[in-house]
Design a protein around this ligand. Structure first.
Ligand code: SF4
Length: 237
């Protein structure tokens, strides 16, 4: 809190109140390999939370020159190794079921519908306005000073005409980042769940816009076969 006090009692009180009045409530949980996922899920389960959106933490940003996996990383917070993360993820599903909790995750959502692009922004179908008047194709490129701004800023506000000007060629470039078009993903069984992962993360890891998001790739390639087997077993296939 601004006065230095703890915020968690207030957050917990709000959760209890929302559960009590049966308000639509989903907890968004991003967890790292060092978190105790079972303990976290049980905490929310005991509060009566029935819906939880679970995603892995992939550390990127100014502090991370390169993506490193596993506990050997020099960073305090590191990317999960795919196999370790899958074990935690499956544990989360099992514990959540004990509390009648629905667990959402990008991969689970894409299982039935499939995707062609990892996100709306990078497919040239969505853009956000930044504080300095640009249109950005990525939530992680927040202004003209951000790394990779040249690639991800796709337009800007023109005060004279009171309109946004859009750089169509940049949007066209993003549209090429399609699951079937990415050379490193074309033959991958999981391409319609993943579509190469996050574009900006691929760029920041030095692989370029047509490269793979390595952390997401590792997770996807481990989790998809396991989920397929689970769905098949639950369906009696
Ligand atoms: S799992 Fe890896 S190879 Fe497959 S689509 Fe995703 S990023 Fe590409």
């Amino acid at each position: 809190m601004a006065d230095g006090g703890a915020s968690s009692p207030l957050v917990e009180e709000n959760i209890r109140r929302l559960v009590e009045i049966d308000a639509p409530l989903t907890i968004r949980l991003t967890f790292s390999p060092i978190d105790d996922i079972e303990r976290i899920i049980r905490y929310f389960g005991k509060l009566g939370v029935k819906s939880l959106h679970l995603e892995p933490l992939f550390p990127y940003g100014r502090n991370y020159e390169k993506v490193e996996f596993g506990a050997d990383s020099a960073n305090e917070i590191f990317a999960p190794r795919g196999d370790e993360f899958v074990a935690n993820f499956l544990r989360a599903l099992d514990v959540g079921r004990e509390y009648g909790m629905k667990i959402y995750n990008g991969h689970l959502l894409h299982f039935t519908g499939g995707i062609r692009y990892f996100c709306g922004a990078a497919s040239g179908r969505a853009a956000l306005v930044t504080h300095d008047g640009h249109l950005t194709a990525c939530l992680e490129v927040v202004d003209a000073e951000s790394p990779n701004a040249e690639m991800f800023l796709v337009g800007r506000w023109d005060a004279a005409s009171c309109r946004f000007t859009v750089e169509e060629k940049k949007l066209d470039r993003f549209r090429l980042r399609h699951a079937d078009a990415l050379r490193s993903c074309q033959a991958c069984y999981a391409r319609y769940h993943c579509a190469g992962g996050c574009a900006v993360k691929a760029v920041r890891s030095g692989k370029g816009l047509d490269g793979r998001d390595a952390a997401y790739c590792s997770f996807t390639r481990h989790v998809v076969p396991v989920l397929v087997r689970r769905i098949a077993a639950a369906s009696g296939v």
